[in-house]
Ligand binder design. Structure first.
Ligand code: HEM
Length: 406
C-alpha cells in the first residue's frame, strides 16, 4: 500500500511529460507537400512545446513482407529504407538481436530518455535545491523568532534513561549513514551545476567518483539502521488520541510554557518516524533498483496496479505506460529516488535542528541516553509517569537517578 501511494505521487509528478508525448494531436495536418514526411508546421509546433501526433513517422518503418527480392532494385534493404530502419530504432520498434547484454542492449536509441534528462537537469535540481534552501531559511527564521526551546521548570538534577545503547546505536547508524548519503547524493546530482564552475572538471571528477563509491556502499548501513529503528520503535509510534491533543496545541513548540502530554514519542516525532520509515523504505527500494541495473524493474508493474485502480485516469493523467524500456525503468527509479530523498532531507533538516540547537536537553537523549527529569516531565509527561509507576511497582532502583554531573 505505501508503495502504491508513493508511486501515485510519482505518477502525478512524472507522467505528465510522458502523457504530453503520447497524446495524439487534435487534427492531422496536411502533409501532402512533403510527401507524408514532417512539415515545417510539425517542427514549429514541437518547438512551441505542443503535442504533435508523430504516428505518421513512428509507423513509417518499412514493410519486410513486401520487400523486393534480392535481385531487384533495393532488394538488399529487406523492405525498409535506411531512414525507416533508423525510425524503427528510434521508436523502439526495430527487431534488434544482440549477442550479449540482454534486453537493455537491444535498445540502441532511447527517444524518451530526453524528457528524463531535461527533467533531471531542470525542475528536479531547481525545485529540490529550493526546497532544501527554503527549509534552512524557515528553520533560521524559527530560531530568530522562537529562540531555543528551554526547559521551563526548575531542573531537578536527576536523570532518566531515555534510550538504551542499542537504540542509540541504531539511530546513529541510520543518521550517520543518511547524512553521508545525502551529501554524496547531492554531489552526484548537482555537482555538474555547482562544483564544476567553482572547482573545475578535474576536482569534480574525483569527487563524483568518490561520492558514488561511498554512496553505493554506505547505503547498506542506512538500510540496516532503518530496519533496526523500525523494530525498536514501531510499537511506540502507533497513533493514539493523545496525539490529537498534542497536535491541537502545535506541540507547544510555538509558545512558551505549553506542554501537552505525550508518551515516549509525541505526535510530531511519530510523523518523523513514519516519514523516515516510509520514505526511507521507498528510497531504499528505488536505490536497490539503481544499484543492480535492470535487475529490479518496478515501475511498469506499479503502473499496472495504479491503472487498475482507475486513479491516474480520474486525475486526468490518462493510462500510465505499462510497457517500459529497461532504460525507462532506470530513469523512473532515478527520479523517484531523488524526489523522495529531497523530501526526506528537508524533513530531517528540521529534525536535526530540534534534536540539537533547537531544544535544550534534547540531544542528551541520543548522546548519553540520559535526560534531565524535568525535560522528560515537560516533553514526555505520560512516559515519565509510566516509568515512575513501573519503578514504583518493582520497588527497585528509583526511576530518576542523581546526576553525577550536578
Ligand atoms: C545528524 C544529526 C541528528 C541529530 C542531532 C539527531 C537527534 C535526535 C534526538 C536527540 C532524538 C531523540 C529525541 C527524543 O528524545 O525524543 C532523535 C530521534 C530520532 N531520530 Fe534523529 N538525529 C539526527 C539525525 C537523524 C537522521 C538523519 C534520521 C533519519 C534518517 C533520524 C531519525 C530519527 C528518528 C526516526 C527518531 C525518533 C523520532 C523522533 O524523535 O523524532 N535522526 N534524533
Amino acid at each position: 500500500m505505501p508503495r502504491i501511494l508513493l508511486s501515485l505521487v510519482l505518477s502525478v509528478l512524472l507522467a505528465a511529460p510522458l502523457a504530453a508525448q503520447e497524446a495524439p494531436g487534435t487534427a492531422a495536418p496536411d502533409r501532402t507537400a512533403t510527401g507524408g514526411a514532417q512539415t515545417l508546421e510539425d517542427i514549429l509546433a514541437r518547438q512551441r512545446g505542443e503535442t504533435v501526433d508523430d504516428s505518421f513517422r513512428s509507423g513509417a518503418t518499412g514493410d519486410p513482407d513486401s520487400a523486393a527480392s534480392m535481385a531487384s532494385q533495393l532488394g538488399t534493404l529487406g523492405g525498409s529504407s535506411d531512414s525507416e530502419v533508423w525510425r524503427a530504432l528510434r521508436y523502439g520498434l526495430a527487431d534488434v538481436t544482440v549477442s550479449a547484454g540482454g534486453d537493455p542492449a537491444r535498445v540502441l536509441m532511447q527517444d524518451r530518455g530526453m524528457w528524463w534528462l531535461e527533467f533531471r537537469q531542470g525542475p528536479l535540481i531547481t525545485y529540490g535545491g529550493w526546497l532544501l534552501l527554503g527549509t534552512l531559511g524557515l528553520l533560521a527564521l524559527f530560531y530568530l523568532i522562537r529562540g531555543r526551546i528551554r526547559i521551563d521548570g526548575e531542573k531537578t538534577g536527576r536523570t532518566v534513561t531515555r534510550f538504551k545503547a542499542v537504540e542509540r546505536f541504531a539511530h546513529w547508524l541510520m543518521a550517520g549513514s543518511f547524512v553521508v548519503l545525502a551529501i554524496t547524493g547531492l554531489i552526484v546530482l548537482m555537482g555538474r551545476m555547482f562544483i564544476i564552475p567553482a572547482f573545475g572538471h578535474e576536482a569534480f571528477s574525483t569527487m563524483a567518483i568518490g561520492s558514488k563509491w561511498i554512496h553505493n556502499n554506505i547505503s547498506w548501513a542506512f538500510m540496516l539502521g532503518l530496519v533496526m529503528v523500525f523494530f525498536l520503535w514501531v510499537l511506540h509510534n502507533i497513533p493514539n488520541r493523545t496525539d490529537l491533543k498534542w497536535l491541537a496545541v502545535g506541540g507547544g513548540i510555538f509558545s512558551k510554557g505549553v506542554h501537552p502530554p505525550a508518551k515516549k514519542f509525541n505526535a510530531g516525532q511519530k510523523l518523523i518516524f513514519w516519514a523516515v520509515i516510509l520514505l526511507g523504505a521507498s528510497i531504499s527500494a528505488s536505490g536497490l533498483s539503481l544499484l543492480f541495473p535492470y535487475e529490479l524493474p518496478m515501475f511498469a508493474k506499479t503502473f499496472v496496479v495504479l491503472n487498475d485502480t482507475g486513479l491516474p485516469q480520474a486525475l486526468g493523467l490518462g493510462t500510465l505506460p505499462e510497457q517500459l524500456a529497461p532504460h525507462e525503468e532506470m530513469q523512473f527509479a532515478q527520479l523517484w529516488h531523488a524526489i523522495v530523498s529531497f523530501l526526506l532531507i528537508a524533513i530531517i533538516l528540521a529534525h536535526i535542528y530540534i534534536g540539537s540547537v533547537g531544544m535544550e536537553g534534547a540531544f542528551d537523549a541520543m548522546g548519553s541516553g540520559e535526560v534531565e527529569e524535568q525535560w522528560a516531565r515537560e516533553h514526555h509527561g505520560l512516559w515519565l509517569d509510566e516509568i515512575e509507576q513501573e519503578e514504583g511497582k518493582n520497588a527497585a532502583a528509583p526511576a530518576a537517578k542523581a546526576n553525577p554531573a550536578e
